[in-house]
Design a protein around this ligand. Structure first.
Ligand code: HCA
Ligand code: CU
Length: 378
């Protein structure tokens, strides 16, 4: 069953560090790792030790925390990077090399045959040094690579028997769910290895693509908190959770969902950004119901207009009532919440007053409350 046995590779501390305003201190990385671990992600990916001296020290610091999540680091395809990664004591090493014509020309200048030989050499070296390290091989820009090149490379890597996982990366956010499903399905069928999907969000498909990857048999999905990463980022953790929850809440039961709002807030604060109003689950308007017709139905049964239950995430819904689209059911409900028993005619008259005043300017909740109290006091 595609959604019953998947893991999240949380890459806020790797891909996320590539976000324009991210620059995490060691203490911040430890806090982020600790909260991700409490949330329940299975793996945490950290920036390459080759990036800077602090990056290498930070991997050691996070490995030293003894979390349940496995700590992975990320390297280019060369022995020096591999050596430095091994020195950090990380539980896993994610190796990547560009395979699109664009990256072969401008990134490393190697042919497909050279890529295969080099990758085999580096992976064998790592395996000799660390028989137990979790190893992944990934192609960068998989969806602009020639399919025949990809299959040659992945099959060669699988035949070596050195890696547990193959990764596909939609590096520029160009892939569609159908394309992702087709490639993942081929790799699962041809290699029998675990398959990871890493998808950028340039054209808005990152969550749909991650879901398509899982449907096709992928076992690992890369996410970052709020989706931060290069350019406009990758599959957001909260968005993936929302997507899977709406398919079947059972698929996300293994995670501590009530910790999600804190995670989003932590990253927003650390990166000096706002949580977008439209964000999945934690956006400021995610659980606000406004139009009278919606409010009436939600008050009767939230399921009418809510596919996610706010209380499952430690949040609550709000019925907005001080505007021209308001309805008397919502105003009546507010009166009851204030402990006021007003008859239907009075409630309808107050509703009309709210609408007339809101045509000039929306009312705050306390302004609506004042109208209700005034009417109750007679
Ligand atoms: C990068 C590119 C990468 C790698 C993904 C992966 C991408 O910044 O190194 O290793 O799975 O999007 O291709 O993030
Ligand atoms: Cu990426």
């Amino acid at each position: 069953m595609p959604f019953d046995n998947y893991s999240i590779i949380e890459s806020t501390l790797r891909e996320g560090e590539q976000f324009s305003t991210a620059a995490f201190t060691t203490a911040q990385k430890q806090t982020i790792a600790e909260r991700l671990d409490a949330f329940g992600v299975e793996m945490i990916e950290m920036t390459s030790p080759c990036a800077s001296p602090q990056s290498a020290a930070d991997i050691r610091a996070v490995v030293g925390m003894g979390l349940n999540a496995r700590i992975l680091t990320h390297i280019r395809c060369n022995k020096d990077d591999a050596r430095q990664a091994l020195d950090t004591g990380a539980h896993g090493i994610d190796m990547v090399i560009g395979t699109s014509p664009q990256l072969m020309k401008h990134s490393h200048g190697k042919s497909i045959n050279q890529i295969i030989d080099l990758a085999a050499d580096v992976l064998s070296f790592i395996r000799q040094q660390a028989p137990d390290v979790i190893l992944r091989f990934s192609t960068e820009d998989s969806f602009r690579s020639r399919e025949s090149d990809l299959l040659r490379i992945y099959l060669s890597m699988a035949d070596l028997g050195l890696v547990q996982r193959l990764g596909v990366a939609d590096t520029v956010g160009v892939a569609t769910p159908t394309q992702v499903g087709a490639l993942v399905h081929q790799l699962v069928r041809l290699t029998g290895l675990h398959v990871e999907f890493h998808g950028h969000n340039d054209s808005g498909c990152a969550i749909a693509n991650a879901c398509a990857a899982l449907e096709a048999g992928a076992t690992h999905i890369d996410t970052t908190i709020l989706g931060i990463g290069e350019r406009n980022g990758i599959t957001p953790l909260g968005g993936l959770i929302a997507r899977l929850y709406t398919l079947n809440r059972r698929y996300v039961e293994k995670y501590n969902l009530t910790l999600l709002p804190q995670l989003d807030l932590l990253i927003a604060e650390t990166c000096g950004i706002e949580i977008p109003f439209s964000n999945y689950i934690t956006g400021s308007s995610a659980f606000i119901h406004k139009a009278g017709i919606h409010a009436k139905a939600v008050l009767a049964d939230p399921n009418t207009y809510e596919i996610l239950k706010p209380e499952d995430f430690g949040l609550s819904r709000e019925i907005a009532i001080g505007h021209r689209l308001t309805g008397w059911n919502a105003i009546h409900n507010r009166a009851l919440a204030l402990g006021l028993s007003l008859d239907e005619l009075t409630i309808k008259a107050i509703t009309l007053t709210v609408k007339e005043r809101a045509d000039r300017q929306p009312l705050s909740l306390s302004e609506v409350d004042a109208l209700l109290l005034e009417a109750a006091l007679g």
